[in-house]
Design a protein around this ligand. Sequence first.
Ligand code: EPZ
Length: 433
Amino acid sequence: MAKFIVQKSGPLMGEVEISGSKNAVLPIMAATLLCEEQCVIMDVPKLRDVDVMSQILVRIGANVKDELEQNKLTVTTSEIAETEPPYGLVSKMRASFVIMGPLLARVGRARIPLPGGCAIGSRPIDLHLKGFAALGAKIVEGSGFVEAQADRLRGTTVYLDFPSVGATENIMMAAVMAEGTTVIENAAEEPEIVDLANFINKMGGRIKGAGTDTIKIEGVEKLHGTTHHVIPDRIETGTFMLAAAITRGNVLIKNSLPDHVKPVIAKLRECGVSVEDTLEGLRVDATRGKFTATDIKTMPYPGFPTDMQSIFMAFLTTVEGKSTVIETVFENRFMHVSELSRMGANITTKDRSATIIGGAKLTGTQVVATDLRAGAALVLAGLVAEDFTEVDEVYHIERGCERFVDKFSALGANIVKESPDSNNYNKYGKAEQ
Ligand code: EPZ
């Protein structure tokens, strides 16, 4: 497995350009199945997950023109050839489950392998299926797959017991050509939902209320192609904000949308870090002052994002005083705690709560990324830890952050990628750039 070799780095300085949002582009790619005309998607991040979704769309019958060097994808699905994408593809990325809604809307059937759980939780799909059934689909759950069938979907009102992002996206897409109007109550409000709704409305859809807890979808007969620019990635934005903070640096984050990272801005300011929304971008200046501990509680948007929990915790291990972190969204999202503790951090956990006594010296060692955001947290800790930190299983990290090593290196981070066949890392000397 490829790994990152991270060395103690000085304060990160300079500027970084944020890429398009992984969690916005994946459902938007799925939404291209809703029409038979060409859809052009711009500001697409060059990520493994995007490649996997492209492969799935091709298996379903789409023509995908991949110009990811220019961050552009062109997708035309003139007809649906396959409604049962293979397990080997779908199992690579649980987010691919959002193709079920568009397939139901377009051809009235879909048979998708169950996405299964991952390190952070069991990741059930009951709310997705509740929505499809409410719209009139016949659901069959078999061993390892779920099948949905509907001659005609009929608008209805669906209450989500939890404001699930994926369920909101899937049900919204299933409803766009249903007969009548659908209302999703207690819907997720994430910016990625708004971007998806904007894309579908540009295709001729009639969605109102995206970004609130009540989304109304008026069924239309047919959708047409469109062109769309994906929003910047708010979690990548937060990752670089915290990279500046943990290294006591000064970084200008360009092409970000401060409105999408309000909780992260607020919490950094509570710790005493300067965050300014300037005309050039978001400037995080952590070069001055002594920072204070704070408490974090993850919540669905617009609360503090669960995807930033591990990354913020890495920073809190370097801030003197007692901080607490409560994870309310996923049931098992403290996998990074044991790895940070092995680096010398003082963290104890009980159920969904972690207590951090910040200020302990961190020392590099071998650690493993268990999910995309935990991996990023370990890299940030490595930037301020003595000696070398080897972060293994970095494919997790590269799923969510385009040109991760390049962007960090450009800010002065000492980080190199060591692939099994490379020799760019001298075990006894300085990591060569
Ligand atoms: C999306 O996952 C994101 N992924 C996740 O980002 C993010 O952490 C999550 O939303 C929460 O913000 C993508 O957008 C591709 P959920 P999703 O459905 O849709 C429970 C990353 O690092 N639930 O909102 O799978 C579930 O168990 C990833 O980029 C049900 O109970 O998240 C969880 O506890 C990680 N039944 C909670 O809802 C369901 O049918 C939130 O899950 C669905 C979900």
